[in-house]
Every structure is written in structure tokens, then in C-alpha cells.
Design a protein around this ligand. Structure first.
Ligand SMILES: Cc1cc2nc3c(=O)[nH]c(=O)nc-3n(C[C@H](O)[C@H](O)[C@H](O)COP(=O)(O)OP(=O)(O)OC[C@H]3O[C@@H](n4cnc5c(N)ncnc54)[C@H](O)[C@@H]3O)c2cc1C
Length: 337
């Protein structure tokens, strides 16, 4: 929609419901949406669409949402890109938000571009920073560009809504605050729920130990581990600390470990309390996925390795030697408690 052709206002967050649960990325976006809305002195709404909801949607008020737009329909049992895109375009057409934020999850990446096309507006995918331009009031959408070598800040001055997707864990969930709000069940025409896609069956993959985004501790390995077998020592320390195993892209490309473990620009963004990088150089594309970790420890045999610039503790030496010694020492310390 051309800016000026309709009157727009407010921030709309697209929530994500997975198997009946409100995914944490919804709270992350609600917090960022609140921040942006406060700068524009406006409201935050959150669209939730589902077949079944086990969580209380009113919980979203604690994270800054003023109004939950809840759409329940049996066709929403499994994610359907066509229905989700039509639904979002329909809801945006009614509530006319100025800004739409959505998660860059597999689902978000699929239906947001289609919804943006239906609304004749642009979409900035995978934003790592969002702010409001003080002068123009426009959304400043920052994302890595040119292979992660530059950060580009993008504005959408001519079309509304301004739409962005954000990867999970890019923003922190804000602290819960006592706030009120309303839950609205908008009426949606039945043809929105019709689709050419028929879901024959769904199999959920067992995330197992690759679900690293929820871990407080991540032990990651890079090419400096030298051999695939050395991931066993990374895994041992991760297990000891009840953490997850991360990896740099070249180790995934070398098939030392699976893609779900990849941390970085083209992998997962993680924000654990503790991140250990063993034999990882610290290329910008890797840093893009882990630099918000609270404590970073790096093991590298090169004293000038870029990873040491972001590390709180730098251990200079052979990872295959230091990691087992570290594991042994921690095991002993834990045994003494
Ligand atoms: C578009 C694009 C997207 C990308 N996305 C990602 C991404 O998501 N994630 C990612 O990780 N990369 C990504 N990359 C690749 C990135 O640029 C780097 O090539 C990569 O991160 C390097 O991985 P590495 O540090 O494991 O390997 P290397 O660059 O080979 O570095 C190995 C490190 O190990 C050290 N070392 C060597 N031997 C030892 C030893 N015995 N003990 C301790 N240290 C040792 C070396 O000093 C070196 O610092 C991307 C690149 C592009 C262009």
C-alpha cells in the first residue's frame, strides 16, 4: 500500500504458536515492538493464529502487547503458508499497522514474503537491529549485507506497512511487567482458510541435542579441532555442563557435525550465558551468531585470532589438549561440591 493512501498506526507482531505453545520468539518481538511503539507513542498488537492454544494469550500483556488478535481455526492445525499469508494480509488490511514484525523462523520466512507481496509493500528479512528514525519516524531496519561484511540500515519510506523479520534470539525477552490489555477474536471470512495445499501427514523431528538456541551453555568447535572425531571432546564438555554443541560453518560443510548445530549468519543465532569457542577463528559471520553471549571463552592456538577480540577469557593453545584438561578439571570441581 502506498504511504498516504491509508491511515496507518501501531506496531503489529506476528506471534508463533507451535503445537499449542506460544513460542518464545513471540515475547522477544513483543519486547522490541513495545520499545518501538513507545518511541512513536503508539500501541502494540500481536496476531496469534492456531487450532489449539495451551498457553494463556493474556501473558503477552506482560511483555508489552496491548491487544492480542487471536484467530482460531481447524485449518490452522498445521502450518500452511498460503493460509498464513492470506490471513496476515487480511488482518493487516483491517487493523492497518504502520509496522509489522515477524519471526524469521521456517514458517515466518515462508509466509511473510507472500503476505508482503499481497499488501504491495517491502520486507526486510533477518534484521539484527530495529529502531525508529527520530527525524522521519520511519523504521530503521538493520541487517548484515554483502556476506555479512557490512551492516545495512534499510528504510521503507514509500510503502506501508514497514515489514521486517527477525531471527529468534536476536532480541532478549524483556522482564515481565504488570500490564493490562485486551484479547480480540477478529472475524475472518471463510475463504481465507481455503487452500490449494493439502497436508497429508506431519512428522516432527526430534530436536535432540541440536536445539541449541534454548541452552544456557554452548560449547562450539571449529576447523581448529582438526578432525571430526574431536567433536567428541566438545560434546563431552557440553554434556557435563548440560549444554548444547555448536559449530562453525566449515565443520558443517566438512560433515563433521549436522547443520542444526551451525552458529552464525547462515546458521543459528544463540545468546547463551556461556559460549566456548574451540578452534574457531572468529570470522564476522560466526560472530553474528554468538556475540551477544554473556560470557565468551575462546581456545585458539593463534594469539591474533579475531575471536580473542570478543572473548572474556582467551586460552591460547591446542584445543585438542586444552578441552579434555578443562573437562577433567570441571569434573573434579563438580565432584567436590
Ligand atoms: C555468506 C557467508 C555466510 C557464512 N555463515 C557462516 C556461519 O553461519 N557460521 C560460521 O561459522 N561461518 C560462516 N561463514 C564462514 C566464515 O566466513 C568463516 O569461514 C568460518 O566461520 C571459519 O570457520 P572456522 O573458524 O572453524 O575455520 P578457520 O577459518 O579455518 O579457522 C580455524 C581456527 O582454528 C585455529 N586453530 C588451528 N589449529 C588449532 C588448534 N590445534 N587448536 C586451537 N585452535 C586452532 C586457527 O588459528 C583458526 O583461528 C560464512 C561465510 C559467508 C561468506
Amino acid at each position: 500500500m502506498r504511504r498516504g493512501s491509508v491511515s496507518v498506526g501501531g506496531v503489529m507482531v506476528c506471534g508463533e504458536v507451535r503445537r499449542g505453545r506460544i513460542h518464545s520468539v513471540t515475547m522477544e518481538l513483543a519486547g522490541k515492538g513495545r520499545e518501538l511503539a513507545d518511541k512513536k507513542d503508539t500501541q502494540v498488537s500481536c496476531l496469534l493464529f492456531f487450532n489449539e492454544l495451551l498457553d494463556d494469550p493474556a501473558d503477552l500483556f506482560y511483555y508489552g502487547v496491548n491487544r492480542v488478535l487471536a484467530v482460531r481455526h481447524e485449518s490452522l492445525k498445521y502450518f500452511n503458508q498460503e493460509i498464513a499469508a492470506k490471513l496476515l494480509a487480511h488482518i493487516v488490511g483491517i487493523y492497518l499497522p504502520e509496522i509489522v514484525l515477524a519471526p524469521a523462523t521456517t514458517a515466518g520466512r515462508t509466509y511473510l514474503p507472500a503476505a508482503a507481496a499481497m499488501l504491495h509493500t517491502g520486507l526486510t528479512a533477518d534484521c539484527t537491529g530495529l529502531d525508529i528514525d527520530e527525524e522521519s519516524g520511519l523504521l530503521l531496519q538493520t541487517r548484515p549485507a554483502i556476506g555479512g561484511n557490512v551492516m545495512a540500515t534499510i528504510k521503507t519510506p514509500d510503502y506501508v506497512p514497514q515489514m521486517s523479520t527477525v531471527r529468534p534470539k536476536t532480541f532478549r525477552i524483556p522482564p515481565r511487567m504488570e500490564r493490562g490489555g485486551e484479547i480480540v477474536y477478529p472475524e475472518v471470512p471463510t475463504d481465507i482458510f481455503e487452500s490449494r495445499i493439502e497436508v497429508m501427514s506431519v512428522e516432527y523431528s526430534d530436536d535432540g541435542d541440536s536445539n541449541i538456541q534454548d541452552k544456557d551453555v554452548i560449547i562450539s568447535g571449529g576447523k581448529g579441532l582438526k578432525r571430526a572425531e574431536n567433536f567428541a571432546i566438545v560434546r563431552r564438555l557440553a554434556e557435563l555442563l548440560d549444554g548444547g554443541v555448536g559449530a562453525s560453518r566449515p565443520t558443517v560443510e566438512a560433515k563433521w557435525i549436522g547443520y542444526p548445530h551451525q552458529v552464525g549468519l547462515s546458521g543459528k543465532i544463540v545468546s547463551p550465558k556461556f559460549y566456548l569457542a574451540a578452534g574457531i577463528s572468529g570470522a564476522v559471520q560466526h560472530l553474528a551468531g554468538m556475540q551477544t553471549a554473556q560470557k565468551i571463552v575462546a581456545i585458539n592456538k593463534d594469539p591474533d585470532a579475531p575471536i580473542f577480540r570478543v572473548a572474556d577469557i582467551a586460552l591460547c593453545g591446542d584445543a585438542a589438549d586444552i578441552l579434555p584438561r578443562l573437562t577433567k578439571r570441571i569434573t573434579e570441581e563438580m565432584g567436590q561440591r
